[in-house]
Design a protein around this ligand. Sequence first.
Ligand SMILES: [Zn+2]
Length: 156
Amino acid sequence: MNTITFDGNCPQCKLYDELHQMRKNDKFWECPNCSLQILIEKENASILRFRGSGDLKMNFKGYSGVVPMQETGIDTYSNGVQILTSKYLIEYLLFKVEQKPKYSIDNLKNTYEDYRFRGMDAEPYLIQSHHFRIDFDNEEIEDILGLRDKDRNLSN
Ligand SMILES: [Zn+2]
């Protein structure tokens, strides 16, 4: 199992093999591509649940450390849960962190239903599917959706 860490590059974009060095906004580090925000506190990178506004400082200097990542609660404070694997990071990003508007779990779901059950074009779904690296026609998705349902106290 590979343990993942924060090294100044956006951990979400890294999942798609894109390197985007996070930049300082007012208080946090923010990704110029997907607006994910990170707060460095006590040698940990806390991934915030809400996205930044793209208000990045002009004097560009990236974060230069390598630190473990952790979740934050709704209150933006660390909840002490460490993010150690890509799989866990994906689940956290999908179900806890505010989505980038163009790509969202709702868009993923809706475009899938359109293509699968309403006979519409598959391409919008494939774009979402590629972004999240999730294919509903693949069995692994059931585990992830099961976790989400458990998290939200939904039945199957
Ligand atoms: Zn990013």
